[in-house]
Design a protein around this ligand. Sequence first.
Ligand SMILES: C[S@@+](CC[C@H](N)C(=O)[O-])C[C@H]1O[C@@H](n2cnc3c(N)ncnc32)[C@H](O)[C@@H]1O
Length: 227
Amino acid sequence: MSYPDLLTSLTPRGACEHLYDLASKVPKTQVIVELGVYRARTTVWMAAGAQAGRGAHLYAIDPWDHPAHDPLKPKFGMSKQREIAEAYVVEQGHTDHVTLTQGFSAQVGQHWDGPKVGLLYVDGDHTYEGVMADWDAWSPHLVGTATVVWDDYLHPSHPGVRKAVDALVQRGDLTGMHVVADRIAVTRLPRGRHTPTRTTPPPNPEGEGTGQDQAGQDTEDPDPDTT
Ligand SMILES: C[S@@+](CC[C@H](N)C(=O)[O-])C[C@H]1O[C@@H](n2cnc3c(N)ncnc32)[C@H](O)[C@@H]1O
């Protein structure tokens, strides 16, 4: 496999190449979702993989300079990061294949009514609570054959990522966990998975709009393995 000569940033090249491969296998009837975009380096790696492969659209979500963004992370909250991300997607010719959304990933997931997700890449809020909130919001939207990738699984500065992913594996929400490039944890849903267990209360007590009833009930792609 030869890879394009694309920029990397916080996520090293080995992990980017693996994301490229995974993205290439997602069918056009499904989508790729990235939580945590920064300057869209991994976004463009996955978009390039998708276009070289089966043509899935990619949705990428980050609050960037949203006023409610964590003031402890000023680097991520600078408007220039959003502008760099937008410009990079255009420069690389992915305007029609990538939708950049400014927002908090768990909130966006709670209101998601787009296509089912074949590849979910989680690289946003790295706290245990943040990772679990992302899982709760996005897992109902996954196809049963989805791959879920977690950045910084081994990073000593982000113990919450490993704690959360391990908890999800432990309780059976995820399986097939393996670490790639000493960096990303690659997981998938167990076969025959149905509604995942919620770790936090639903956003609305009436339970409307969570989409959980449809989890695992969608029409699956005949290719069962996107890894
Ligand atoms: C490590 S960077 C992402 C790097 C990017 N995936 C790459 O390697 O090119 C983490 C990003 O997550 C974003 N972020 C933080 N909290 C978030 C949240 N709740 N929802 C979505 N993104 C979030 C930050 O703004 C930051 O841009």
